[in-house]
Design a protein around this ligand. Sequence first.
Ligand code: ZN
Ligand code: ZN
Length: 379
Amino acid sequence: MVTADDSAEGNVLRRDLCWPVAPQGGAHGWTAVGDTMEAVVKAAQLEGGTEFRKVPIPKVGPNDVLIANKVVSVCGTDVHIWNWDAWAKRRIKVPLVYGHEFCGEVVKVGNAVDWLTEGEYVSAESHIACNTCFQCRTGNGHICERMKILGVDRDGIFTQFTAVPATNVWRNAPGLPREYASVQDPLGNAVHTVFSGDPVGRDVAIFGMGPIGLMAVRICKLVGASRVIAVGHRNQYRLDLARTCGADVVIKSAEEDVVARIKEETGGTGVHEVYEMSGAGDAMRQALEVGRPGAGIHLLGIFTGDVTIDLNALMFRYLRIQGINGRLMWDTWFRMAGLFKAGLDLGPILTHQFSLSEFPKAMELMRSGQSGKITLKVD
Ligand SMILES: [Zn+2]
Ligand SMILES: [Zn+2]
């Protein structure tokens, strides 16, 4: 947790998006002074409740590295924290530097770390596994029992420097654009979900056209899905993005009969793989109906309440439901690097970039739904 300097005038709590005092100094106002740095801190247990604060630069333990953050990106999780919804109330302890998606440069290496050096261009897996529980010791660190998540359970990356265990660090290819490097956490969710099925040469349906759904569209097209059907609810901006990302069919579920349309587009049979990334109960029920017999239904979207489904249909139609969490460590990351090499283009999804000192503006835009992925430059 941060030790905040409560004397600054900028720390007056505000519900709205306008903070009274912008950070001082630097091109964008982000200057580390002595052993302190500027950070975006969830400071109060209410909607908004976020401030710029000066916090200590993290200490680097023997197994850690310190990263100077270069580009960070805003995630739906950060919106939950901003909104202070039921999940955030249960999980988040304030004050907390939030944010977990980033890339940067190694500026300090712990004494016991012998494979990383200062100046390297890196990102980090935001899920910090314990490395000792059953799952961790059997190759399933992504479902570690004692998982700690950056920017959720410990201080995150909406700041200038972040210390992480070296085992969580990922070396980026030198030519990889920083914006791409900063979104590997959500991209990894998409990669993990997509390849828990077998999309190559198959018809697939993707429910939920948030940034991860859009990334899934891109991945499925790149690897040769025969037909990619994108389903969004009513956000026209995101439906248009789905089209730009290459979806073969785009369905607006608020206005169309999703099941009938997908059946029609697949000659009456339904799709081989369904990727559920919306967290909507209706989408889940439709997902079960549009999967052909034997289909895989892969769930990444987070449901806010209970969902009733027809288990007999599931059984008789031999459907498989697979829950997805995080990224395989490190198979997903290697696969992402391979997909970048193969030409994965996230350009259409990275719709906006701001400076980190414009965080409130980015959050407002993110909450409006009129954006794809928003990245923030730190320096
Ligand atoms: Zn995220
Ligand atoms: Zn573990």
